[in-house]
Ligand binder design. Structure first.
Ligand code: NOJ
Length: 493
């Protein structure tokens, strides 16, 4: 394949200090689930509960990046990245989780060594404090994020330990990864840890009509407390930045000529993104469309809380993958609705598909919607955007049989995905949307939560059947290196 036919009109459109690389999350790649003093997280418990994970796998080993991190950093360097986004496992650092529990020095050492290894290889670390793996003990003691009075001091202390011990070298902090998915999948649908919902065929406990909003409120407030701690106690000497990463796909009206469906798509966008982003970047409060549908089930901010939350995140961390068509529902909203009383479709009224299928049912290649979303976020929030995740699975990758250690898996579907999405990034940048980073999801194939090993999102193929978890590059890894060489402006020094 030749990469020489890149569009000349987008050459050098991204600034010279643009950061790009791959994102990962501790539970999905580390393995070593009970090694060197690590405590249990809710995902360890969930993965060991029969019937919860599609292929009955656990995160016990996954890619074993805990053991092989040096090799992984070397591979990333060969892929040409400038940055690497990874998450810290709270229960590896504080095994029991709370403010009064001891710190595990071996756990901290692992992350400190990883940071050193990255810096020695010229790779900038972007560190997420929380990527869904609440310490199990906090869940047992007081219900985790359902109890904001108890949870906030514990999260504050965990964050302080991380800033104190890693902040001399880590300058890019992310408090939460996708707080919306954590609460919707864990407390509304009940298909992720901690596995709570109103559906008794699925979960023993929970209330999908209230808990997701309570947990989201805790996430926003605890993020804001930690951001304040960072800015007041650490930023003056460490000089880093702190933000939060939100999920959000694009919602396109099913019938763009019918105002009812246009409004429904906007409402869906607000339920998905503005739920978190309005309090953080716009008003200090939830969007009126949510208050109108949910009433008192949506918690309220005191005026002090509202001030604490608004402006707390210094940039917009953006995770996004795909687009859906959205139709208004005429009926009264269901008590367990979290989408803004809409129905979601793969095709629009004219029968146009939302995109080419991947190996993951919800995910289709839809660069057009992604381009609209970049502009929607910029127009509404006027905050610099760090793209912290974007990527795809591709059909047929489970059958790869490498012919030798240097064999490369050809993944044209993923190459096309990256090429089309990054072309939109370049065009939006040309129009003035401020975009500072792009992290592909993900570096290696990994443990995709409740989907286990059935979703291969990596630009590196992993043989999970081999205890050494050998890695093989996919073509897209080399494509991205070339393409960013084309897109990023040369520095003027
Ligand atoms: C978002 C999550 O942050 C990540 O953990 C997950 O694997 C990807 N999306 C793909 O579903």
């Amino acid at each position: 394949m030749s990469f020489s036919d890149f569009d000349p009109t987008i050459k050098g459109t991204l600034p010279a200090d643009f950061q790009w690389g791959y994102a990962t999350a501790a539970p999905q790649i580390e393995g070593a689930w009970n090694k060197d003093g690590k405590g249990l997280s809710i995902w360890d418990t969930f993965g060991h509960t029969p019937g919860k994970v599609k292929d009955s796998s656990t995160a016990d080993d996954t890619t074993r990046s805990y053991d092989f991190y040096k090799r992984d950093v070397a591979r990333m360097k060969a892929y040409g990245v400038t940055g690497y986004r990874f998450s810290l496992s709270w229960s590896r650092i504080i095994p029991l989780g709370s403010k009064d529990d001891p710190v595990n020095e071996q756990g901290l050492k692992f992350y400190s060594d990883l940071v050193d290894e990255l810096l020695a290889n010229g790779i900038t670390p972007f560190v997420t404090l929380f990527h869904w793996d609440t310490p199990q003990e906090l869940e047992n003691r007081y219900g985790g994020m359902l109890n904001k009075e108890k949870y906030i001091p514990d999260f504050n202390r965990y964050a302080r330990v991380c800033f104190e011990r890693l902040g001399d070298r880590v300058k890019n902090w992310i408090t939460y990864n996708e707080p919306g998915v954590y609460t919707l999948a864990g407390y509304a649908a009940g298909v992720h840890a901690p596995g709570r919902s109103s559906f008794r065929d699925r979960n023993e406990e929970g209330d999908s009509s209230t808990e997701p909003f309570i947990v989201a409120h805790t996430e926003l407030l605890s993020h804001a407390h930690v951001a304040r701690i960072y800015k007041e106690e650490f930023k003056p000497s460490q000089k880093g930045t702190i933000m939060i990463t939100l999920h959000g796909n694009w919602n396109e009206p099913w019938d763009a000529d019918d105002p009812k469906h246009v409004e429904a798509a906007q409402r869906a966008q607000e339920f998905e993104i503005a739920w978190f982003a309005d309090p953080l970047y716009k008003t200090g409060d939830y969007p009126p469309s949510m208050r109108a549908q949910l009433g008192d089930r949506l918690p309220r901010f005191t005026s002090e809380e509202s001030k604490l939350v608004l402006g707390s995140s210094e940039a917009y961390g953006m995770n996004s993958y795909t687009t859906f068509f959205v139709k208004n529902r005429d009926a009264e909203p269901d008590i367990n609705d979290h989408k803004g009383n809409v129905e979601v479709f793969d095709t629009n009224k004219q029968g146009v598909e939302r995109g080419i299928e991947s190996d993951t049912p919800w995910l289709r290649t839809s660069p057009h919607g992604w381009g609209k979303l970049l502009r929607w976020i910029w127009d509404r929030y006027q905050t610099p955007i760090f793209i912290t995740e974007n990527g795809t699975t591709a059909k047929g990758e489970h059958d790869f049989k490498p012919s030798g250690p240097d064999d490369i898996l050809e993944d044209p579907h993923r190459v096309d995905f990256f090429k089309s999405y990054l072309t939109e990034v370049a065009k939006a940048s040309q129009e003035g949307v401020v975009i500072k980073s792009y992290f592909g999801w993900t570096f290696t194939d990994n443990w995709e939560w409740a989907a286990g090993f059935t979703d291969r999102f990596g630009v590196t193929w992993v043989d999970f059947n081999d205890p050494e978890k050998p890695r093989y590059a996919k073509r897209s890894a080399y494509f991205l290196k070339e393409f960013f060489g084309h897109l990023i402006a040369e520095s003027k020094k």
